[in-house]
Design a binder for this molecule. Structure first.
Ligand code: ADP
Ligand code: ADP
Length: 226
C-alpha cells in the first residue's frame, strides 16, 4: 500500500484556470520523492495542499488508507521544513522544537527525550538555549529539521531547504538529510531547483510542467532518457 496517494488531484485559485490539472502520484513508505520543474509549475501549491494549508479543488489525497482531503493540518501527521526556516524568533531552540509537541499535549518528559535524541542526531545539543538570531543559517536549518523530526511525522515535506545556504553548507546539509532519510526510514517529498540535489537525494524524481507530471522515474531512468 502506498504511504501517500494523490488521485486526479486538482487545484484552481480562481475557479477558472487549473494550476494543478489532475495529479496522480503514489509514494511508497520510506520513499524519497523529489519534485522538480520550472518556477510557477505548481510545486509549492502541491506541498501546501499536502500539509493542509491550501484547499483542494478536486480529486483525492490519501495518507495510508485515510482520505485527508479536508483534514486539519495538525491531524495529518505531516511536518514541513521551509526554505526560510520559519523559526519563532522569540523562542529558544529548545522551545522552538518543543512547541508543536506542547500543542499536541505530549508530556514534558517525552518532549525532553525526543528533543535530546534529535539534537544529538543533528549535533545541535549545545545550541538548545540560544535564540534563532544567535545561530548561523546552517544551524537554523538544522533546528528547523529537528523541529520536524521530533513530531515523528508520517510524511516530511521539504520546500527548497538548502537554497539559503552557501555552497559548502549546502553539500553538508544535503548529506545530513540523506543520512536522516536512511536512519529514520522517513517518507519524504522534497522540492528543489537544483539538479544535483534531485539526482543524489531522490529515489524517484517527479518532473512537473504547467500543473502536470511530465515525467517520473528513478534518477537513472531520467538520466538515460534520450
Ligand atoms: P512553483 O512552486 O512551482 O514555483 P507555485 O505553486 O508557487 O509554483 O505556483 C503555481 C501557480 O499558481 C503560479 O502561476 C502562481 O502564480 C499561482 N499561485 C500560487 N499561489 C497562488 C495564490 N495564493 N493565489 C493565486 N495564484 C497562486
Ligand atoms: P517546565 O515544566 O518548567 O515547562 P520544560 O521541560 O518545558 O519544563 O523546560 C523549561 C525550559 O527549560 C525550556 O523552555 C527550556 O528552555 C529549558 N530546558 C528544558 N530541558 C532542556 C534541555 N534538555 N536542554 C536545554 N534546555 C532545556
Amino acid at each position: 500500500m502506498a504511504s501517500v496517494s494523490l488521485q486526479a488531484l486538482r487545484k484552481s485559485y480562481d475557479g477558472k484556470t487549473d494550476i494543478l490539472a489532475g495529479i496522480d502520484l503514489d509514494i511508497a513508505h520510506g520513499e524519497f520523492v523529489v519534485l522538480v520543474g520550472p518556477s510557477g509549475c505548481g510545486k509549492s501549491t502541491l506541498l501546501r495542499m499536502l500539509c493542509g494549508l491550501e484547499e483542494i479543488s478536486g480529486g483525492s489525497m490519501l495518507i495510508g488508507d485515510q482520505v485527508v482531503n479536508h483534514l486539519p493540518p495538525a491531524e495529518r501527521g505531516i511536518a514541513m521544513v521551509f526554505q526560510s526556516y520559519a523559526l519563532y524568533p522569540h523562542m529558544t531552540v529548545y522551545q522552538n522544537m518543543a512547541f508543536g509537541l506542547n500543542v499536541a499535549g505530549k508530556d514534558k518528559a517525552q518532549i525532553r527525550e525526543r528533543i535530546e535524541r534529535a539534537a544529538a542526531t543533528l549535533k545541535i545539543g549545545h545550541l538548545l538555549e540560544r535564540l534563532p538570531r544567535e545561530l548561523s543559517g546552517g544551524q537554523r536549518q538544522r533546528v528547523a529539521i529537528g523541529r520536524a523530526i521530533v513530531r515523528e511525522p508520517r510524511l516530511f515535506l521539504f520546500d527548497e531547504p538548502l537554497s539559503n545556504l552557501d555552497a559548502a553548507l549546502r553539500v553538508q546539509t544535503r548529506l545530513e538529510i540523506a543520512k536522516l532519510h536512511r536512519q529514520l526510514d522517513a517518507t519524504i517529498v522534497y522540492v528543489t531547483h537544483d539538479q544535483v540535489e534531485a539526482m543524489t537525494l531522490g529515489d524517484k524524481i517527479v518532473v512537473m510542467h504547467e500543473g502536470h507530471i511530465q515525467q517520473a522515474g528513478t534518477p537513472l531512468d531520467l538520466y538515460q532518457q534520450p
